[in-house]
Design a protein around this ligand. Structure first.
Ligand code: ZN
Length: 160
């Protein structure tokens, strides 16, 4: 069976970007996901393992297949006074802001110069090539109960 919608995937993986480890499961501790149901998997990983059988895998995703191209227009500069007083305005800090459309967007501070704060609303991995590798231990069909709950169950059913 191959990874696809409504399967439960048990895997270990490492994500590297530009030679740096970004995410990884604990060595020897595979995780199980219900595939294709919302945001249970990081977006890139969901693309990387789609339609794979169990076994070792290695997959490189172009930015367009992962978190999209880097958009310079999503970088903006604002006055310190435009932020809540308790916002940690230091390079690297992250918070949610509101887009013009009203939907929340995660932004991070890239620089602070005097009263001017530059924030970037691109996903952290936008514009990056994602290098995934790992081992798919098992792929099985999701049970009706798992589909109903929208997540994978471990041995012995639902524990929440
Ligand atoms: Zn459940």
């Amino acid at each position: 069976m191959n990874v696809g919608s409504s399967t439960v995937v048990t895997l270990e993986y490492v994500l590297e970007v530009e030679g740096e480890e970004i995410e990884a499961t604990q060595e020897g501790e595979p995780v199980s996901f219900l595939y294709g149901h919302g945001h249970l998997l990081p977006r890139g990983l969901e693309v990387a393992v789609h339609s794979l059988p169990s076994g070792a895998f290695e997959k490189s995703l172009r930015p367009e297949e992962g978190y999209g191209p880097y958009d310079p227009e999503r970088v903006s500069t604002a006055d310190r006074g435009d932020f809540p007083p308790d916002a940690g305005l230091e390079p690297g800090s992250e918070f949610y802001a509101q887009e013009a459309s009203g939907s929340p967007v995660a932004v991070r501070v890239t620089s602070v110069e005097g009263d001017r704060v530059t924030v970037d609303a691109n996903p952290r991995l936008a514009g990056k090539t994602l290098e995934y590798r790992g081992v798919i231990h098992r792929v099985r069909e999701a049970t009706p109960e798992e589909l109903d709950h929208g997540h994978a169950h471990g041995e012995g059913g639902c524990h929440h």
